[in-house]
Design a protein around this ligand. Sequence first.
Ligand code: 5HY
Length: 254
Amino acid sequence: MAPPLCIQLINPNTSAAMTDVMAKTARSVAALDTCILAVCPQQGAPSIESHFDEAIATLGVLQQIKAGREAGVDGHIIACFGDPGLLAARELARAPVIGIAEAAMHLATLLATRFSIVTTLARTLTMARHLLHQYGFERHCAALHAIDLPVLALEDGSGLAQQKVRELCITAKKSDGSGAIVLGCGGMADLAQELTLELNIPVIDGVSAAVKMVESLAALRLTTSKHGDLDYPLEKPLSGAFSGLNLRGNDVWY
Ligand code: 5HY
């Protein structure tokens, strides 16, 4: 029998409350013996809702990937809908690295020919569109919607953001002709199951999707390719804030 898995769930923002919501959801869908190691960077932005925030978050993601590698985790999840630092993280890791946006989009295409995305601020729609283009899912996405509240409104306890997400999901189902909805924020992870039941179409949370993808890849003993561009980065003396990312020779790492 295969040993139990340990999946590192990386929240790229510094919100402990959001990390907890995502960890709870991840544990609720993971196999009973899968361990979810939920982490967030100590320094960075409390929410990620601009290209600027994403750039800041990437260093924290890479630091966590390195720590996860050293702890010997079986897979890493980048739990922010912009998938910040995804390809750089894959260069550093051999275990699978899955972004929640790509995980949710992939699952949506298996369940419906077209899906809609519901996210937080309108300005982040451009980032989601870039990902659709990068992943080749542009023609699968019927429409994108924004509740136009900031990410941390999901954590303010008022329930307003959750109510707006629900309303927009209903609108998306009615007006877009989509068969599925992708929730465009890690902080919406706990809403998917209830909305799926209420709307009677798949409403997909990328955190849950990514957990099951890591478990599937591990069961198939598939890991990140080290052939070509995802090979480990060339060793060079990184300085300043980046010195902690210095590689000590990949033979030491694996
Ligand atoms: C997320 N930002 O999943 C996103 C996406 C968003 O801090 N976690 C963040 O813009 O809603």
